[in-house]
Design a protein. Structure first.
Length: 188
């Protein structure tokens, strides 16, 4: 692998995956605020005897209420759900709606919306329907094409599949197109 290809791979990886910065900043900010509040409360507790007496009563009520089993289960459930969400944010790959392809000389990065638009235009031409009546969703491994024909006009699914396959093969991305022709057309 040449130095250029290593650079291309690194740039394409950066452009096709989302960063975890926002989630990390939120968690760190909440943690910092909680620690600052705890520190301020501890210092206030040590310095002011009136605050100590005023805060002791509510803390005792809270400690008695928290010892009830339903409250313990509810708090445990909320903390477990929060932990699962944070682990998912940390471990699951965040993917952007983009496709990357690396050749010997270039790196190609294409947004899924661009692929969907080009497939929709090709399917509309080949199927003989207006472009506004073709909706395309590009997923990770599949492409879904929905055609809403004019009432009474027959649309061949094979033609639409061929058009979608031609576009995908032309740009070099492998996906399986699935064409759905709506049973109820629109009146022109």
């Amino acid at each position: 692998m040449t130095n250029e290809q290593a650079t291309y791979r690194r740039v394409l990886r950066r452009e096709t995956h989302t960063s975890r910065t926002a989630a990390a900043v939120v968690v760190a900010s909440i943690g910092a605020l909680l620690l600052i509040a705890l520190l301020a409360g501890a210092v206030w507790w040590l310095v002011d005897g009136g605050f100590r007496d005023a805060a002791a009563r509510p803390l005792e009520e809270i400690s008695v209420g928290v010892q009830q089993p339903p409250v313990l289960f509810a708090v445990g459930g909320v903390l477990t759900a929060l932990a699962v969400v944070l682990l998912a944010l940390a471990l699951l790959p965040g993917r952007r709606a983009r496709r990357a392809r690396l050749t010997e000389r270039t790196a190609l990065l294409v947004d899924d919306g661009v692929i969907a638009d080009s497939i929709a235009a090709a399917v509309a031409r080949r199927a003989g329907v207006e472009r506004s009546r073709v909706a395309v969703f590009v997923g990770r491994r599949t492409v879904e094409v929905r055609i809403t024909p004019t009432s009474g006009v027959f649309v061949r699914v094979a033609d639409a599949e061929d058009a979608a396959n031609d576009i995908l093969a032309g740009i070099g991305f492998s996906a399986t197109p699935r064409v759905i022709v709506e049973p109820n057309g629109v009146v022109a």
